[in-house]
Structure formats: structure tokens, C-alpha cells
Write a protein that binds this ligand. Structure first.
Ligand SMILES: NC(=O)c1ccc[n+]([C@@H]2O[C@H](COP(=O)([O-])OP(=O)(O)OC[C@H]3O[C@@H](n4cnc5c(N)ncnc54)[C@H](O)[C@@H]3O)[C@@H](O)[C@H]2O)c1
Length: 440
């Protein structure tokens, strides 16, 4: 099948590569000329396990192409995926400018039937806006060309994106007619072989399903963080509580890890956007509001703990920081808790020596030459002359450090762990002070 994907970011690139990998002819279009030039040369602008090889293989096989040429992109695919960003606007609502710009481009250049598929996370009612935009442009052109608009939200997780796309838990297809449903079912057949994964529904429900999923996951995290903070007051250990409740099959073990808050390009903006959608309907989404507030507070917890330990006297302290990405196995630092920690420490007069296995280039891009931040190429380089260690992202390579070496390296012999990676008693046996989240 012939497929066009607008946007070559985390979602667009994975969609394009996976669609090509099952034998389709794919063109990925992006307005970022630098990005496209790199992709054309086989250089992948993001870190996502397995993506590099998949893109190169499919490019070499002639199934995957990259372009900045809108006309070529619209002419290519019967399926036109919109996978561009939907960042938060000033008021928290999703900014639909990029989505609608793509709709306009498609309408300007289409000459025959197209299925336009919203894969970006977009508020309920966006498919209607996309449809209206295309109709408006076609009317201006004086053309009558058939098209359909579908909602097909993406649920991939950065760090496991290829597996999530190739073997999804579900494929949500939101349509308003049987023809579009048939076409999308055929398109997704290669990903739907072992058992039925396609759930077909109306467009608005599909749009809301994506927000519901992210809001539920964010709620689980904020709930556990709330309980972790309470556990600190009560002298209870949240890790024991976590296991105690996870064993209940109605609750389950996944997504109930306390920590220093959720980040990334999705949860923060999607919770905000859903709250905003509710507000526009005159409904006050009390729970969503609390989920967001708890998370914002939680992102400051690590700094508060560090500041309390030093009684506010952080001037001149050197803090080693492990983990910049918002979660392991990605280089994405959008809304990452590490940013709150770094910025608070620098404001308080400390210097930060940070290490991350994949996000150093992204940190360099964000902070450029921030004098108080030194980016280090290994965990031990970050410890050089450091007074304390703070752990912000639970990368695998941080799971089992040499605590005796940490004791020797850290001037003030103290670890602040935002991800509860270690057994407190074990760490303390090495003579280190250890502050985790919700643990005595
Ligand atoms: N990142 C994730 O884990 C994830 C998961 C599920 C859903 N989503 C959703 O998918 C959407 C895309 O997210 P992302 O993380 O891939 O974003 P991204 O910022 O990584 O990529 C967006 C890309 O779109 C390009 N773009 C902007 N306007 C364009 C236009 N008019 N034509 C062509 N390209 C254009 C940008 O240059 C950029 O390369 C968002 O709505 C997001 O909420 C993201």
C-alpha cells in the first residue's frame, strides 16, 4: 500500500518505518529540512532502540523515503497520516496549528481520493476541524474530491516504540463510515495476525480514548506519589506498600512506582489538554487537576530533599546527577524531572555534573553553555569531586553501582534517589546517607 506520513518525530518516524517494514511503500514528509537531510543520509535524529537499523533497511530496500516536498507527499499515499506535534498552548489546550497546516496542505494538493488519519494526540472534535479545513480549501479550489478523515491514536511508548507498534495491545480506529473502517483494517492487517487487536469506534470516542489512557496512567503515578509523601510522614515504606497493593489483581504492579514525577512529551501535556477540554465544556475536572498539581509538586521533591539535607546552603556544592532523559531508553528530555532538579540546584548556587547514556546531546541543545552545568561522558566522570549524588532516571546501568566507590568519591557521602533504585539498609551499610521517595 502507499502511505504518506506527515511529521518525522518519535511517532511519525516509527509509524513510517514499521509500515515500510511490513512491505508498504512509505514517504515521510517533514518541514524540518535539516532533519529530512539527515534522514535521507540514514542518520536518525532521535534515540529509539532498533529504529536506526529498521529505517536503514527499509530505505535500502526502497520502501521508505523522506522528503520536504508536500506535493510529492500528497501525491504518494492513499493513506495520509498526520503525526505532527500537538504541543500545549499557553492555556494548556492542545495547539492544533501543525495538524491543521497539514490538513490544508493535503487539501491544496490532492487530486483524488485520500484517507486522512489523525495519529497525533488531538482533542475531541479535531477530526471535524480537519474535515472542515479540507472542505474549505477544496471549495476555494473549486474542486469536488472525495476524502475521509479517521482517528487512529498512537499508544507507543518511547524506548519500546517498535515493539509497541509491531505488536500493539490494541489498534483504535475511529471512523464515521464503513469504507474508512475497511481501508484501515486492511492497512493494519499485518499487525493484527495473532489475535484481534482492532477496536473500531466512532471518531470522538477514539479521540477521547487516547486522552483517557494517558490520564489514567498519569493518575496511577500521581496517586502513588501522594501516598509516598504521606508514607514519609507516617514512617511507612512505600515500596512495601507498593508490593502490598500490586498483588491485588484489580490494581496490578504496573505503573505504581513512586518517584520524582512524570515527564515526557505526553502525560503532562495530555492531562492539561484534557482538563482544558473539560473546562471548555463547563465541566471542572477535579481529579485531572489534582493529578497535575501532585505531579508538579513531586518534581520539586528531590530538590527539597537536597536543600533540606544542606539546610538551604547549596552555594558552591557540586552535585553529581545520573539520568537526564524523562525515562530510560530514550533521549527525550521534554518536561523531564531532571530539568527541575538542575534548574533548582543552579538557582541555589550549586554546580551540577550530569551523566545520561543517551540524552547528553539533547541536554547540550537545551542548556547550551550553562556555566553551572557540566555534562559528563560516564557515571564516574560525573562523580569527580562531587559532594552528593542525585539519581533522576532509572537507567539499567545505575542499578548496581559500587557503593564503596561512591562512598570514596562523594565528599558529603550522600545519595538522593528519585527512583527508589536501592535497598536503603544496603546503601547505608557502605556508610552513605540515603534519601529515597517515601522510604524511611
Ligand atoms: N512521543 C510519544 O511517545 C508519543 C506517543 C503517542 C502519541 N504521541 C503524539 O504524537 C504526536 C507527535 O509526537 P512526537 O513525539 O512524534 O512529536 P515530535 O515533536 O517528535 O515530531 C513532530 C514532527 O512534526 C514535524 N512537523 C511539524 N509541522 C509539520 C508539517 N506541517 N508537515 C510535516 N511535518 C511537520 C516537526 O518538524 C517534527 O519533526 C503528538 O500529538 C504526540 O502527543 C506521541
Amino acid at each position: 500500500m502507499k502511505i504518506t506520513v506527515f511529521g518525522s518525530g518519535y511517532v511519525g518516524l516509527v509509524t513510517g518505518a514499521c509500515m515500510a517494514d511490513v512491505g508498504n511503500q512509505v514517504i515521510c514528509m517533514d518541514i524540518d529540512a535539516d532533519k529530512v537531510a539527515k534522514l535521507q543520509q540514514g542518520e536518525i535524529p532521535i534515540f529509539e532502540p532498533g529504529l536506526d537499523a529498521m529505517v536503514k533497511e527499509n530505505q535500502a530496500a526502497g520502501r521508505l523515503k523522506f522528503t520536504t516536498d508536500v506535493k510529492e507527499a500528497v501525491a504518494h499515499g492513499v493513506f495520509q497520516f498526520i503525526a505532527v506535534g500537538t504541543p500545549p498552548d499557553e492555556d494548556g489546550s492542545a495547539d492544533l496549528r501543525y495538524v491543521l497546516a497539514v490538513a490544508e496542505s493535503i487539501a491544496e494538493h490532492m487530486t483524488d481520493y485520500r484517507v486522512v488519519i489523525d495519529k497525533s494526540t488531538v482533542p475531541v472534535g479535531t477530526a471535524d476541524k480537519v474535515k472542515a479545513k479540507i472542505e474549505e480549501v477544496l471549495a476555494r479550489r473549486g474542486e469536488k474530491i472525495e476524502f475521509d478523515v479517521a482517528s487512529n491514536p498512537e499508544f507507543l511508548k518511547e524506548g519500546a516504540a517498535l515493539n509497541d507498534f509491531m505488536r500493539p495491545d490494541r489498534i483504535i480506529i475511529g471512523v464515521d463510515n464503513p469504507r474508512t473502517a475497511e481501508l484501515l483494517k486492511a492497512l493494519y492487517a499485518p499487525f493484527n495476525r495473532s489475535h484481534e487487536r482492532i477496536i473500531t469506534m466512532d471518531v470522538r470516542s477514539a479521540e477521547l480514548t487516547k486522552y483517557a489512557a494517558n490520564a489514567m496512567l498519569a493518575t496511577k503515578i500521581s496517586f502513588m506519589n501522594e501516598l509516598a509523601n504521606l508514607a514519609e510522614y507516617l514512617g511507612a515504606d512505600i515500596e512495601q506498600v507498593r508490593q502490598g497493593i500490586g498483588s491485588d489483581s484489580r490494581i496490578g504492579y504496573s505503573f505504581i512506582y513512586p518517584g520524582c514525577g512524570y515527564g515526557g512529551s505526553c502525560f503532562p501535556k495530555d492531562v492539561k489538554a484534557l482538563e482544558r477540554t473539560a473546562k471548555e465544556q463547563g465541566y471542572h475536572a477535579e481529579l485531572l487537576n489534582a493529578v497535575e498539581n501532585v505531579n508538579n509538586r513531586q518534581k520539586s521533591r528531590l530538590f527539597e530533599k537536597i536543600s533540606a539535607h544542606y539546610q538551604g546552603k547549596l552555594e558552591g556544592k557540586v552535585i553529581a546527577l545520573w539520568g537526564l532523559a524523562f525515562k530510560p531508553d530514550t533521549d527525550d528530555m521534554r518536561e523531564a524531572p531532571s530539568r527541575v532538579v538542575i534548574e533548582s540546584l543552579c538557582r541555589a548556587g550549586a554546580r551540577v555534573q550530569a551523566y545520561d547514556p543517551e540524552a547528553l546531546a539533547e541536554a547540550r541543545r537545551i542548556y547550551r553553555d550553562k556555566p553551572q552545568l557540566k555534562l559528563c561522558s560516564s557515571p564516574s566522570a560525573a562523580l569527580d569531586n562531587a559532594d552528593a549524588l542525585v539519581i533522576v532516571t532509572e537507567w539499567k546501568e545505575f542499578r548496581s553501582p559500587d557503593f564503596d566507590e561512591l562512598n570514596r568519591a562523594l565528599g558529603d557521602k550522600v545519595i538522593f534517589d528519585g527512583r527508589n533504585m536501592y535497598e536503603p539498609a544496603f546503601v547505608r551499610r557502605s556508610g552513605l546517607a540515603y534519601h529515597a521517595i517515601g522510604r524511611p
